[in-house]
Each structure stands twice: as structure tokens, then as C-alpha cells.
Design a protein around this ligand. Structure first.
Ligand SMILES: [Zn+2]
Length: 65
């Protein structure tokens, strides 16, 4: 049980670290507004993507590497 908790904590830390490596505040391509990090990352075909949200409600996966 402790091992599972440690693994989850490690993955969370890793996700946060990756998020910090992303370009800061990309602009929304539709509304031209600075977006903010939504706290989610994913890996597709070996590339890291972070979810960014626009203040007007839409969201985009931004490639980080
Ligand atoms: Zn937008």
C-alpha cells in the first residue's frame, strides 16, 4: 500500500516538473489571450504535452519538448 502511494506521489512530482519545463503562458490561438496551465500532462508518441486553458473557457494541449 505504501509503495502505491509513493509511486503516485512520484508521478505527480514528475508531472509538475514537466509542467514547469513548458513554455510559459502560451496564447490562445482563437482569442489571443494568455492561457494558464490546467494541471494535466500527457505523453503521446514520446512527446510531452501540457493542458492549457484560455480565460474564455477553451483548452489546448501544448507540446512541451
Ligand atoms: Zn480561447
Amino acid at each position: 500500500m505504501l509503495k502505491i502511494i509513493a509511486a503516485v506521489l512520484l508521478m505527480t512530482l514528475l508531472a509538475v516538473t514537466i509542467a514547469w519545463a513548458c513554455p510559459t503562458s502560451p496564447d490562445c490561438p482563437v482569442h489571443d489571450q494568455p492561457m494558464y496551465f490546467a494541471g494535466r500532462t500527457k505523453v503521446v508518441n514520446g512527446h510531452v504535452f501540457a493542458l492549457y486553458r484560455c480565460p474564455l473557457g477553451d483548452s489546448y494541449w501544448v507540446r512541451c519538448d
